[in-house]
Design a protein around this ligand. Structure first.
Ligand code: WTA
Length: 637
């Protein structure tokens, strides 16, 4: 255990005792707690009731009847009080290239964008799909949607045309915003070409707006496509906001689950904004002097909550980082920290593992004197990486917060508070205010006490909780509220140690966490099965030094057709995106199945983990011989 670093005199949480007392109060009376927290936002109309929650119907309502606007809270009110304060710092792909955007400038950009959306006929409730690189236009577009009441659906720019098309169709988005090309490290990504492929023949898509990130000219479809620059230039920099109900949707974000079809997780305006604003304030102990640098992509929930909405709601300048931690060399992150004077660095274990391989040199060459808090998110951080982060990156001076949460939770649920919580390398530590984690055993009973493990569930509700899956509320109820009656099931396993600290042990469902990207094995399997030569496929994860989890696919092909493993990898790349590509493809004569035809993934997982003998009872297998054949084919992988 590492004692907490000294708290700042202006800290939001002065001591661990103060945290514990406040936590107890938040659990005893969550409505009172959140009503008090809500005062940090500007509301146009107060709520009639704080919350309503029915786990049986998965009905979650926060601040019924209240009205507010997320963009107003993130931009307008700060533009009025501190117009010259920096809101966003764009760290472009090229080292040393920065753009500082003040709140006054942000308001003008966002207002122009909002007027453009209105000109294109976008109305409250309409979905707008954003497929953009990490450029300020992405932030303007999201905030502009929030301003006019449109629902943004950001699709990570690493998704393929096919995956993008599915998401555009599912959301019914008539407007797409993209860029001619994206730049990331030494790579150029042909975003507009991908969009063209994705929307070909789709009637729903009426407008494609194209930001000019590079000099490259791209084909423009007359009547549908328009360059963003000139379209914005003709707009007024003033645009009134749409007052939204607290429960009006703010955004959809697609994420993976245990079925092949991605889920459009829907977050609403009031609860989400309050939750990310509040958790940003406590977990990063937000101070007026802070500069926040989150290295995530805005295409994932971490970027939504802790690059955009959380920091801006707190008027804390936030960095939009277009490049990668190793471009042009592995000192890049730390150089950005020094250049912008970042006080908070929020990153992922996968990035740290990649950097650790280069040793301490690239870190030590930089100052990092501005840093005071280091955050980790996205996957379990093993103690060795945690210590490197703490000792080397933070010079042993900075608080480390390992933050556990999910797309569906909207914001951080379990984390240490800096200067407050005693630190435990590898543990997410304590639930935040209003959060009640519980551990369940295989029979669905709660496991009480400390020093126990189980499946992680949450009791009650919190404002940032997702409200539904877009267009499929039954699936929402089934996925999250049916495994353990009355509780939200996270899909993660966890341990509560002797001191009451939580350690997240990883997914217990068919979701893989590959380099911090969440990918369903079923999604990869459906992509593989689309290949004409593939009869059957089973995908499992295995421990991978760099990615955390590697992807192995076992594939059965048609006897009359041959196919190369590279073709199958390409198939997944085209269906989902490069990040979902299996590291290993093994063509096997058959899959281990029970007599009733169920694939025994447990065995396939064990083989991928390097196990050779201990497969347990194989007597239930229809063809036990297949295990030896698969083992032989996997030899040397
Ligand atoms: C995993 C990302 C361990 C977990 C914010 C969760 C973590 C999934 C941590 C959600 C952490 C996230 N320690 N595991 N600090 N943070 N996870 O929806 O398995 O992309 O269920 O949200 O990432 O991934 P998602």
């Amino acid at each position: 255990m590492i004692p907490p670093k000294p708290a700042l005199p202006s800290a939001h949480t002065p001591s661990f005792a103060a945290f514990e007392a406040r936590y107890a109060a938040s659990i005893a009376d969550p409505a009172a707690f959140w009503a008090a927290e809500a005062k940090a936002l500007d509301w146009f109309r107060p709520a009639d009731a704080v919350m309503r929650f029915d786990p049986l119907t998965a009905d979650i309502v926060w601040f019924a009847g209240a009205k507010l606007n997320a963009c107003y809270n993130c931009v307008d009110r700060h533009a009025a009080s501190t117009p010259d304060r920096t809101a966003l710092i764009w760290a472009a792909n090229a080292p040393g290239e920065y753009e500082h955007i003040t709140f006054a400038e942000l308001l003008a950009h966002v207002s122009r964008f909002a007027n453009l959306l209105r000109e294109l006929g976008v109305k409250k409730g309409d979905r707008v799909c954003l497929y953009l690189p990490m450029i300020p236009d992405l932030a303007y577009a999201m905030l502009a949607c929030a301003r006019v009441g449109a629902v943004h659906s950001v699709v990570f720019a690493g998704f393929s045309a096919e995956a993008l098309r599915d998401r555009i169709l599912d959301a019914g988005a008539a407007v797409i915003v993209t860029a001619n090309e994206g730049l990331r490290g030494d790579k150029t990504i042909a975003l507009k070409a991908i969009v063209d492929k994705a929307v070909a023949g789709l009637d729903v898509v009426e407008h494609v707006l194209v930001a000019r990130r590079t000099e490259a000219d791209v084909p423009m479809h007359p009547g549908r496509d328009e360059w963003l620059g000139p379209a914005l230039a003709r707009q007024r920099p003033y645009c009134p906001v749409e007052w939204m109900d607290a429960e009006d949707p703010l955004f959809i974000l697609y994420t993976s689950g245990s079925t092949g079809k991605p889920k459009g997780v829907l977050h609403t305006t009031g609860g989400y904004l309050l939750y990310v604003a509040s958790t940003f304030r406590y977990v990063f102990d937000a101070q007026p002097s802070d500069v926040h640098f989150c290295t995530a992509d805005i295409g994932w929930v971490t970027g939504h909550s802790y690059i955009l909405y959380g920091p801006l709601a707190n008027a804390v300048p936030s960095v939009i980082f277009e490049s990668t931690p190793v471009y042009p060399d592995p000192s890049r992150l730390w150089r950005v920290v020094d250049d912008v004077g970042a006080t908070i660095l929020y990153t992922a274990p996968t990035a740290l593992r990649a950097l650790m391989r280069f040793g301490d040199g690239p870190v030590s060459r930089t100052s990092r004197a501005s840093l005071r808090i280091l955050g980790s998110v996205g996957e379990p951080i093993n103690p060795e990486v945690w210590r490197w982060f703490h000792d080397i990156c933070g010079n042993g001076r900075c608080s480390v917060v390992d933050t556990w949460w999910q797309t569906e939770t909207g914001g951080i649920l379990i984390s240490a508070l800096p200067g407050v919580t005693p630190l435990e390398p590898g543990a997410a530590t304590r639930p935040l205010y209003g959060i009640r984690p519980l551990l369940m055993d295989a029979d669905g009973n709660e496991v009480h006490g400390n020093g126990v493990s189980g499946n992680l569930c949450l009791a009650g509700t919190w404002p940032g909780q997702a409200r539904t899956i877009f267009g499929d509320h039954a699936r929402f109820a089934l996925t999250y509220f049916s495994a353990y009656t009355g509780y939200y099931f996270t899909g993660d396993g966890a341990r509560r140690d002797e001191n009451g600290n939580y350690w997240i042990t990883g997914r217990v469902d068919d979701v893989l966490n590959v380099s911090g990207h969440r990918i369903g094995t079923a999604e990869i399997e459906s992509a593989l099965i689309e290949h004409p030569a593939v009869v059957e496929a089973a995908v499992v994860g295995y421990p991978h030094d760099l990615k955390g989890t590697g992807i192995r696919a076992y594939v059965v092909t048609r006897p009359d057709m041959t196919c190369q493993t590279v073709e199958l990898q390409a198939q997944v790349r085209a269906a989902i995106g490069p990040f979902a590509m299996p590291d290993q493809v093994v063509i096997v004569p058959g899959l281990p199945k029970t007599r009733s035809g169920k694939i025994m993934r447990r065995i396939l997982r064990k083989i991928a983990e390097g196990e050779k003998h201990a497969f347990g009872d194989l007597a239930t297998l229809a063809d036990p011989g297949v295990v030896a054949e698969i083992l032989e084919l996997c030899e040397g992988l």
